[in-house]
Design a protein around this ligand. Sequence first.
Ligand SMILES: [Zn+2]
Length: 659
Amino acid sequence: MRLRIATRMIVAAGLISGHAFPRQGWWMTEPVRWVQTNLRQTDARLDPAHLIDQLADMRANVLLMGMGGIVAYYPTKVPFHYPSPELPPGMDLFGEVLQKAHARGIRVVGRFDFSKTQKAAYDAHPEWFFRTANGSPVIYNGLYATCINGGYYREQAMKILSEGLKKYDVDGLFFNMFGNQSHDYSGRDVGLCHCDSCERKFRAMFHRDVPDTPDDQYRQFMFISSRQLGAEIGELIHRIRPHAGYFNYIQESTDGIMSESNTAVGRSLPMWPYSASDNVNRARNSEPGKMSVNLCMQFVDYWWRFATVPQPEIASRLWENVANGGALAFEVNGTLDQQDRQALDTAKPIFRWLAKHEQYYAKEESAARVLLLSGPAKTGRKYSQNSYRGLFRLLSEEHIPFAVSDNMNWLGKRQFDLVIASDWAPKELAGYAESGGHVLIVGPNEPEFPVAPVVRTWKDMKGYFRVRDHSLLPSLRETDLMMTDGAYTELKPDPKALLTLIPPSLFAPPELVHIDMKDTDKPGLVFVSHGAGMVGWIPWDLGSLYYRQSLPAHAALFRDVVNHLDPHRQLETTAHPLVEITWMKQDGKQLLHLNNLSGHSDTGYFAPVPMRDIKIRMVGTFTEAQSQRSPNHLAIRVEGGYSEFTLPQLSDYELIVVQ
Ligand SMILES: [Zn+2]
């Protein structure tokens, strides 16, 4: 509902970019091996020839480097734009790097950050800047935070960008920090911007003042403001440099969707070892016309930008990026002359290997036949990340190739065997099911269309479900009870339900444990015919429970329910659950990527455990399978519509090209 409001408002305000069709620029047609150097102002003295030699040596083909914004790396004539004080007089660092990079076939994407600037600009134009509730500016290490609704972003930044775009034949621009952060880099809460522009625009939209803390309307306001600004910047770039790409953390109006796989010391556990797969899979399948550039951040947290995360963590993120059809993308702070060389030493051989096999790493598209909905992103609607991640892990561990989308734009364009929703089950799924689609909803939130009569939703049900029919749930043959915790939506009682609720009962002292346990006919799972299709609903939070507890009973239920709705698996394998397998396609070829995640444990990343003799059955009739990382011709046996072969060994990663 909230998504629809936000979308309608954007459309009504005429803010959607004019690009009806995604642009097929170099980022979509060439293999991308991207290195981002977050330069410091002191790096303005770097030696361009040395930097380009280092990039060429590791076979990087895109350099993202500091261009302007907080600090410019070229002489600039635009007022309130400040070259690095370390830039030698008369030197044009950006221009020299660009010229040398192009001469070696390396593309250059310029980085801008307009989120802060110097005091002189604030003194001349205080109205351009972020203003806290008590009227003061936000100052961080001497720099003043600007406001995305103020004149610095809306007018001055456009002048700065125009100068840069006219002067340099850049291959793209990237923007950092886009949208009035409510916390500074040190984690200090600065609240919301109360500048005149924000107050005026917010009042026009919602007829009230900017609140003190973000609510749904404020989140919509920031979403709309940043997309409006994003569209203006996109139009400017595309007008002055039609062949340059526009890269930003937002999806709208851009050519490339940026994201990060990073760590933070205060982030709650568990770690998310699928971070890169998650970001890239979602970006590529939510917006198939755009490239996903998921930056593998080498550092532990802001305070320690020069301390790197474990090498196998860097490696697994890089493999995950390309296994899902995204750019290979790696980030360092400062130049490539690092004080901790572990990250770069990990990335280099991966960059070189992917360069050697680059014909397989462009124009990849997901071939997955299962879709996982991730919920409408960044529109103000709250969404359970744990539920989603639990289902993501289950699909990966079950080796079910799946695509992730945060929207319904795939409807009518791409056919899936099964669509899985967690707590966002939009009404469009009803029509999809009626025309023959199969849908699985996992979560207590009521779908936006009727599935089964709802009695009520319990906020916290610390109970069990009884397995009533083991023949239809064969993976649960040794289990009569499975736990549930958290919300449960009670559906109309059904004496024939496969799974039924047992409400909370006594659990202590041991003498009294569950002696009062009572069965009910309240379903924990329903299957409903919808026109020509079918909808399954597990009306409790199996996804979150699996994310936190990893109980085999929950995995078993998920497996049996998926098998019921999608009896013909696209892929069957003996691979260990921690081998992530993605199925991509490229020009008639099938590309199976195997990423060995067995080195991850709790907060540690170690070398993956080598695996042997992995049997794989793929639906379809193929004649040739060739593994690339350990080069082998794999003998294929075709039977019953499946092609079967065995991968003799898996080290860290493998690509099997099948045709
Ligand atoms: Zn403001």
